[in-house]
Ligand binder design. Structure first.
Ligand code: CP
Ligand code: NVA
Length: 309
C-alpha cells in the first residue's frame, strides 16, 4: 500500500483490509510490551482540520510520535485555504514539505481533489460522506470482542444515514458481514455508496439491508452500532433532528432482541439520552473505549503501510 491514499474502504481489497487489521494488532502488541517501533522516523504528517476532533487529532498525533515521526496540526481557519487558496495549490505545496496528509473536512470531493494533486499519501480523517479510519477501527474492535473471523457476523446500525453508515456499509461488505441499518422513512443512505456496497457484499457473501424498524434490524445482531443524530455541520438542525430520530435509540429494551452475546459500538462523541441510553453506554463502556483506543493502533498501521519507504 506504499504511497497510496486512504479515502474510502471501497478502494481497498478484502486482503488489504485484513492486512491493516493485522499490522494494527502487531503494533498494538508491541506498544503494550513497551517495544519502540520507529517505522516512520523523520517523517512528518500534516493534519488539516476543518471540523472539531478529539479522538482523530489525538490518535494521529500520538501515533505519529510513537512511530518516530511528527505531526503538525493545521487548522482550516489558519491555513490560506480558509481564505480561498485553491485546494490543488495547497496539495502541491504540502507535497513539497510533508510525507503524508490527513484531512478532516466537509465535502468528500475536496479530499478527492486534494489527493488528485498531492503526490504524498492522503488519509481521510472524516468527510460528510465517509469515515474510513473509524470503521477499520471498528472491525478490529469486533475481532477482539466477537471473533477473529468477521465473515457472517451481523451488525445493526440504528439512526441517521450519515458518514458512519456509509463507511460501515463499505467495511462490512468487504469482509462478508451482514449490515442492516434502521433509519426513519425519508432518511436514505447515499445511493452510489449503497449500490457499491451491495456489489462488494455480493462478492464476499455479505449483505446490505435498509429498514425502518429498529427491532427488525437489531434481531439476533452480534453488534449494535449508533452515532449522533446531528453530525458536525448540522448543529442548527439539532432540535428538528431530535424529533425525527426520537425512536431510533439503542436502549435496554432494544438489546433484548439482539444476540445474547451482542456488543455495542459507538464512534463517539455520544449524546446520552438521544441515540443511546445512559444505561447501555455505561454497560458496554469497556468495548466502546477499547474502540476509541483502537483508533491509535489502526491509524498507526495505515500510516506505516502508506508512508513507509
Ligand atoms: N470518532 C471520532 O472521529 O471522534 P472525533 O470527532 O473526536 O475525532
Ligand atoms: N457522524 C458524526 C461522526 C463523528 C465522529 C459527525 O460527522 O459528526
Amino acid at each position: 500500500m506504499k504511497g497510496r491514499d486512504l479515502l474510502s474502504i471501497h478502494d481497498l481489497t478484502t486482503e488489504e483490509v485484513y492486512k491493516i487489521l493485522d499490522v494494527a494488532k502487531d503494533l498494538k502488541a508491541k506498544q503494550k510490551a513497551g517495544i519502540e517501533h520507529h517505522l516512520l522516523k523523520g517523517k512528518t504528517l500534516g493534519m488539516i482540520f476543518q471540523k472539531s476532533s478529539t479522538r482523530t487529532r489525538l490518535s494521529f498525533e500520538v501515533g505519529m510520535y510513537q512511530l518516530g515521526g511528527s505531526a503538525l496540526f493545521l487548522s482550516g481557519h489558519d491555513l490560506q485555504i480558509g481564505r480561498g487558496e485553491p485546494i490543488k495549490d495547497t496539495a502541491r505545496v504540502m507535497s513539497r514539505y510533508l510525507d503524508g496528509v490527513m484531512i478532516r473536512t466537509f465535502a468528500h470531493s475536496d479530499v478527492e481533489e486534494f489527493a488528485k494533486y498531492a503526490d504524498i499519501p492522503v488519509i481521510n480523517g472524516l468527510t460528510d460522506l465517509l469515515h474510513p479510519c473509524q470503521v477499520l477501527t471498528d472491525l478490529l474492535t469486533i475481532q477482539e470482542h466477537k471473533s477473529e473471523q468477521l465473515k457472517g457476523l451481523k451488525l445493526a446500525y440504528i439512526g441517521d444515514c450519515n458518514n458512519m453508515v456509509h463507511s460501515l456499509m463499505y467495511g462490512c461488505a468487504k469482509v462478508g458481514m451482514h449490515f442492516v441499518v434502521a433509519t426513519p422513512k425519508g432518511c436514505k443512505p447515499n445511493a452510489d455508496v449503497l449500490a457499491n456496497a451491495v456489489e462488494d457484499a455480493k462478492k464476499t457473501g455479505g449483505s446490505i439491508t435498509v429498514v425502518n424498524d429498529i427491532y427488525e434490524a437489531a434481531k439476533d445482531a452480534d453488534v449494535l452500532y449508533t452515532d449522533v443524530w446531528a453530525s458536525m455541520g448540522q448543529e442548527e438542525e439539532h432540535e428538528e433532528r431530535c424529533k425525527i430520530f426520537k425512536d431510533y435509540q439503542i436502549n435496554s429494551k432494544l438489546m433484548e432482541v439482539a444476540a445474547k452475546s451482542a456488543i455495542v459500538l459507538h464512534c463517539l462523541p455520544a449524546h446520552r439520552g438521544e441515540e443511546i441510553s445512559e444505561e447501555v453506554l455505561e454497560k458496554y463502556q469497556d468495548v466502546i473505549f477499547d474502540e476509541a483506543e483502537n483508533r491509535l493502533h489502526v491509524q498507526k498501521a495505515i500510516m506505516a503501510l502508506t508512508m513507509c519507504e
